[in-house]
Write a protein that binds this ligand. Structure first.
Ligand code: SAM
Length: 248
């Protein structure tokens, strides 16, 4: 049996390519890539000459079957996407599932992933978070999705595109209020990386005022509201401090 390697590639900064990723890409028989032209640039940058074929959303079903047949025949394959970790809002799920059903070993080769990269620099609680992928494209559906985050106790993370970032922030303000605290993570690991934390209304003003801030790729991190427990704990602390000074 062959093996399927699920290989993460950089989300911007090419220095984030791991040694292990390079060694796997050089040693497999075949690379299945979301976009062969895009992959070609990355592979030629690292002088990887392994044969590359397309595996994308439009041919996932048929191509999964063909790749499974090759894997069963002993061919080793690496799956990569245009950027970051395959399967994370990128194709690959059907192939990985079929591999597991066919007892073909799936070997993850971890690396860059925009959601994790954003979370590790946003400065919000990360002990519990929800990743929602891309928000719906239509405003009504987007507001309805965002409204479900009212009073949740976890951090929520979404991917957003340059075309929709303004509309998305406007909907966020409508759904969760102007004071909701968010972190806009833009162009992570790239030259114009920006990580900006503020309330939704401040973020809207800031991003409207500077057109450059509307360009590029975005991860939107939405903080949970402070839980009642946290407020209670603060009150208890305050009371402890005040009690000794109270007249009997
Ligand atoms: N598989 C990728 C990963 O591991 O993060 C995500 C692929 S998804 C199709 C592309 C989206 O991820 C972009 O629209 C953007 O929201 C987010 N993204 C990817 N690279 C990014 C970066 N360098 N900075 C900010 N967001 C990024």
């Amino acid at each position: 049996l062959g093996e399927l390697f699920v290989v993460a590639t950089p989300i911007g900064n090419l220095e984030d390519m791991s040694q292990r990723a390079l060694s796997v890409l050089n040693n497999v028989d075949l690379i299945a890539a979301e976009d062969t032209r895009h992959a070609g640039k990355l592979l030629s940058h690292f002088s990887v000459t392994t044969k590359c074929i397309a595996y994308h959303d439009h041919n996932e079903d048929g191509q999964s079957q063909r790749l499974i047949e090759q894997l069963l025949a002993g061919v080793s394959i690496a799956l990569i996407s245009d950027a970051g970790t395959p399967l994370i809002n990128d194709p690959g799920y059907k192939l990985v599932r079929r591999c597991r059903e066919n007892n073909i070993r799936v070997i993850p080769v971890p690396g860059a992933c925009a959601v994790i990269t954003a979370l590790c620099a946003a400065g919000v609680a990360t002990d519990e978070f929800y990743f929602g992928g891309f928000l719906p494209a239509k405003s009504n559906a987007r507001q309805a999705t965002l409204a479900k985050l009212k009073d949740v106790s976890f951090t929520a993370v979404y991917y957003e595109s340059t075309h929709r970032i303004l509309a998305c922030l406007a909907d966020l303000e409508k759904a969760l209020g102007a004071d909701k605290q968010i972190v806009i993570c833009r162009e992570l690991t790239k030259t114009f990386e920006t990580i900006h934390s503020a309330s939704v209304s401040e973020c809207l003003e800031w991003i409207k005022a500077d057109h450059n801030q509307q360009k590029g790729e975005f991860v939107l991190v939405i903080e949970a509201d402070k839980s009642d427990n946290e407020i209670d704990e603060k009150c208890v602390e305050l009371l402890k401090k005040l009690t000794p000074h109270m007249p009997l």
